[in-house]
Design a protein around this ligand. Sequence first.
Ligand code: OSB
Ligand code: MG
Length: 373
Amino acid sequence: MNLEGIELRRVAMPLVTPFRTSFGTETTRDVLLLRVVTDRAEGWGECVAMADPRYSSEYTEAAADVLRRYLVPALAAAPRLDAHAVAPLLTPFKGHRMAKAALETAVLDAELRAEGRSLARELGAVRDRVPCGVSVGIMGSIAELLDAVGGYLAAGYVRIKLKIQPGWDVEPVRAVRERFGDEVLLQVDANTAYTLADARHLSRLDPFGLLLIEQPLDEEDVLGHAELAKVITTPVCLDESITSARSAAAAITLGACSVVNVKPGRVGGYLEARRIHDVCAAHGVPVWCGGMLETGLGRAANVALAALPGFTLPGDTSASDRYFATDLTAPFVLEDGHLAVPTGPGLGVEPLAAVLESVTTATEWIPLGGPGT
Ligand code: OSB
Ligand code: MG
C-alpha cells in the first residue's frame, strides 16, 4: 500500500446534553479526524484527544501538531506500508498515544477496505452484537440524575456508570439503588478525583454491590490503587493508568486492579488494545471497552473491539443518540440493549458527506507520495 497523503479534519459536534465529570464539563465534542489516502483505498481514524488536557496530557491541538510535525512524516519513510508497521515507525516519538492511535487506525482501515475484510474479523471478534452501558455525568441534583438514569434504563441500557467526585458519590449511588433496585448493573468512575487518604470514605460504597470503581486515584498512583484494593470490597478498575500491555501486566501483578477499561486511543491503537485484552485474559482479568464520546467512526471500531471474547462486561459503547442529534455516520441504534458489530470492510461505516461538511471547522492536506500529490 502506498500512501498518497493524509487529511487532518477538525469537526465540532454539539452534544445532546452537557457531559460533566470530575475534570470538567463538555458541551461540544471537538474532534480531529484523519483520512488516509493510499493507492488502494482510503481509511478513517478518529483521534479521541479532548479539547483540553484534563482527562490526559493530550489535547486536540497538540495531537494535530505532533501528527503534522512528526508522526505523518515518519510514515513517509516507509515505502510500502501496512498497519502493523505504523507503531514501530512511531516509537522514536514519546507519548502522544491518542494521535498515534488515530494514524494507525486510519492506515488499518485503508488496508482492510482494500482487502475487503472487517476490523472485527481482523481483531478476532466472536460476537455479532455487544451489550451496551452508558456513562452518566455529574448532575446538578439527585432528582435530575434519577431522571437521566431512568431514561437510559427505559432505552434498554444494560449497565449504568455514574461519574463521581468528592461530594457526589455515596448519595447518588444510594439514590439510584433505592429507586431502581439492586439488580441494575451499576459502577462508578472518579477520573482520579480521590487520594488514598479517602480509602475509608470510598469503603462506604461497599454495601451497594457495585461492579467496580474506575480510576479513583491519580493515574501515576498504581501502588495507591493496590493499597486501596486491600481495604475496599468494590473491585478496582483502571482507566487512565493503563497506557500499554506492559503497564496492564504490571498493574495486575501489583494487585492494583481486578478489571481493566480498554480505550484504544489511550494505549496507542487497536493492535495494542488487543494485546491488553490478551494479557488480561491470560490473568483472568475481565475487560470492557471504554469510550471517549466518539462519533460513529470511532464507535464502529470500539464496537468491533468489544466483540472480542475477553470483553465480558458491557462497555461505554452507547448509541449515537446518547451523544449527538446527528452522528457523522448512519446512527448506531440500541436494539435490546445491544449495538450491532459492523460487518463491512474496515470500520464498516462511512461519514455522511453532507453531515461531515456541515460540522467541519478546518481541513489540512499533507501530501506524502511522489510529485503531484
Ligand atoms: O473516563 O471513561 C472516562 C468520556 C470522556 C473522557 C473520559 C471518560 C469518558 C466517559 C464517557 O466516561 C464514555 C462514553 O460514553 O464515550
Ligand atoms: Mg474512565
